[in-house]
Design a binder for this molecule. Structure first.
Ligand code: ZN
Length: 293
């Protein structure tokens, strides 16, 4: 008996003496891949992060699995985008019975509206990304106050990198002539990017991906593009390229590449983190628009 207790004590000491074992890591659930990466950047090794909607997947139309419900039930902390992006998250969180606190990363951001509807894609402007990072650091510090200083320092360094990238985007995009700042994407996911960087994005589908465009709306967009032109068309990683190909055929405007709007790329792809995603989108836009101007 004594010996058994001794073994148990050694095992317990071994577990508690390691800095960040699975045992004392915070268990965090993030609703989609971009947010999951941002949480990992701020939490570092102090948390294990599970992402519900993974790379190259569409969070607008997601159906949660039983594994998702398990992850939510076991979480200490949950981060969502908010602004109506995850239409499925309230039900998932409620039915899982989780005791985790839920934080919206967009808290404090004044949302854009598209035809009266709130546009949830706030992460596509980097100053908003900095707000996400601050909200993530706050959430982590509330759940794990003893490491608050670490979260604050990580958030500060990460935000500085995001703002450096923001300043590069402004400087490079400013050089484009006024006439070559219009592009077309499959769905309306870049309103915040357009506003922050003085670009004009058009899309045959609105801010959600669950609706097909009406034949009338598509014809109107094609007619408009034939008249005024556009720098380039872009396919997206989360939506079908069929519509964009059709618009390209009918207008003669070239497809300038693939943008990552609502999800990161799979490992090995060009957009495996929020920063890399933004850089990839920026470089893809610049390459196509410089060619067209
Ligand atoms: Zn979207």
């Amino acid at each position: 008996m004594k010996r058994l207790f001794g073994y148990a004590l050694i095992a317990w000491l071994a577990l508690t003496s390691l800095p960040a074992t699975a045992q004392d890591q915070l268990k965090i659930v993030a609703s989609f891949s971009i947010l999951g990466d941002m949480v990992r950047q701020v939490a570092g090794s102090l948390a294990s992060v599970t992402t519900i909607v993974g790379p190259d997947a569409d969070a607008h139309v997601y159906t949660p699995s039983t594994n998702d419900a398990k992850a939510v039930a076991n979480a200490n902390l949950i981060f969502v985008n908010g602004l109506g992006f995850e239409t499925w998250s309230d039900t998932l969180i409620k039915t899982s019975g989780t005791k985790a606190k839920v934080f919206a990363a967009t808290k404090g951001i004044s949302p854009l509206r598209v035809e009266g509807e709130i546009d949830p894609h706030a992460w596509n402007a980097l100053p908003n990304g900095v707000v996400y990072v601050a909200n993530i650091a706050d959430g982590l510090s509330i759940a794990d106050p003893k490491n608050a200083a670490v979260y604050k320092a990580n958030a500060k360094a990460y935000s500085a990198r995001l703002m450096a990238l923001h300043n590069r985007a402004i400087a490079e995009l400013k050089k484009l002539p006024k006439g070559s700042r219009t592009v077309v994407t499959a769905h309306d996911a870049f309103g915040y990017l357009a506003k922050s960087y003085d670009l004009n994005f058009l899309a045959p589908v609105g801010i959600d991906t669950d609706a097909e465009p009406s034949a009338k709306a598509l014809a109107k967009l094609i007619k408009h593009l034939k008249k005024v032109g556009a720098g380039a068309l872009f396919v997206e990683n989360i939506t079908s390229p069929v519509l964009i190909r059709q618009i390209s055929r009918e207008t003669g405007i070239k497809i300038g590449g693939r943008l990552f709007s609502d999800a990161l790329s799979e490992r090995g792809g060009p957009a495996t983190s929020y920063e890399r995603m933004f850089e990839h989108n920026l470089d893809t836009l610049l390459a196509a628009l410089r060619k067209s101007s």
